[in-house]
Design a protein. Structure first.
Length: 156
């Protein structure tokens, strides 16, 4: 199970106890915010795309949407999400639990600047009923991101 991979990953940093598991689903931004008792915008949703045929994850604030012109300017192609039935195979986590931790090799992670307005955010941890609270520097450290990008709209 993907959450076990994420727990093992965070155990290497002594942080496995920070992972929260809920008796209810946190598979969507709204459900995660409800389970955590926080605002939807603080949920760090992880969106999966194919860029030049390779899987790319973009972690963004829960109140954003992909801005297609910005995406195309950054990646030089139209935004194309990975089909739901291929996400687990390509990324290592199923839809509803996709996160930037313990992903398959060859997956590139980006952080969207919409997250920079928060002290802490809540990304999923590999299952549809999990999350972890991280500061932005912690998210940078543990996500293995390659760059901050600006490809979202609706939050400014």
């Amino acid at each position: 199970m993907a959450i076990d991979k994420v727990k093992a990953y965070f155990k290497t940093f002594g942080l496995e106890d920070k992972i929260l598991e809920f008796p209810v689903s946190s598979a969507t931004v709204a459900l995660a915010a409800q389970a955590l008792g926080c605002e939807e915008k603080q949920i760090a949703k992880t969106l999966s795309f194919l860029v030049d045929g390779a899987p790319v994850l973009i972690v963004a604030a829960g109140d954003t949407k992909i801005d297609n012109p910005k995406f195309k300017a950054r990646f030089h192609q139209k935004a194309s999400m990975i089909p739901a039935e291929r996400v687990e195979e390509l990324v290592g986590h199923a839809v509803g639990g996709v996160c930037p931790f313990a992903v398959n090799s060859g997956v590139t992670v980006y952080l969207d600047r919409s997250l920079q307005r928060f002290q802490t955010v809540f990304p999923a941890c590999g299952s549809a009923n999990s999350a972890i609270e991280l500061t932005i520097p912690e998210l940078e450290k543990y996500s293995g991101y390659c760059a901050w990008i600006d490809v979202c709209k609706g939050w400014e």
